[in-house]
Design a protein around this ligand. Structure first.
Ligand code: FES
Length: 125
């Protein structure tokens, strides 16, 4: 697996989110209580930015229609439940899809991200 060094841990404090670009693709890096996640920066529902998404435990909640995704697997927990009533209609505009997640590791006091095993060419992020 090929790893790309992003920054040192000191440069990315707890509770921080940052957009990064790897091989021309943007992704969102999150430091949640010392655990680092790398994920597609656009919500799979309507391709809107997730950067202002709320982190609850190991879940990110999209700020737009509150779809939520498991940060470890990308699995959908809720699909477009907001706003009440209208969310159901908005949710039906796009089929429920998982959020692409990329492997991360901390080594030598630095954060590393891999584009594998996700096939980046097929992931529209
Ligand atoms: S764009 Fe994220 S839930 Fe609609």
């Amino acid at each position: 697996m090929e790893w790309i060094k992003i920054c040192t841990l000191d440069e990315f404090p707890l509770g921080t989110k940052r957009l990064i670009t790897l091989e021309g693709k943007k992704m969102l890096l999150i430091n949640n209580k010392g655990k680092i996640y790398a994920l597609a920066h656009l919500c799979p529902h309507m391709k809107l930015p997730l950067k202002k998404g709320k982190i609850e435990d190991e879940t990110i909640v999209c700020p737009w229609h509150h779809s939520s995704f498991n940060l470890n697997t990308g699995e959908v927990k809720k699909w477009a439940p907001f706003p009440p009533g209208l969310g159901k209609i908005l949710g039906s505009l796009s089929k429920s899809k998982p959020l692409p997640i990329f492997p991360t590791k901390i080594e030598e006091d630095s954060i590393w991200v891999s584009l594998e095993p996700a096939d980046i060419a097929k992931v529209n992020i």
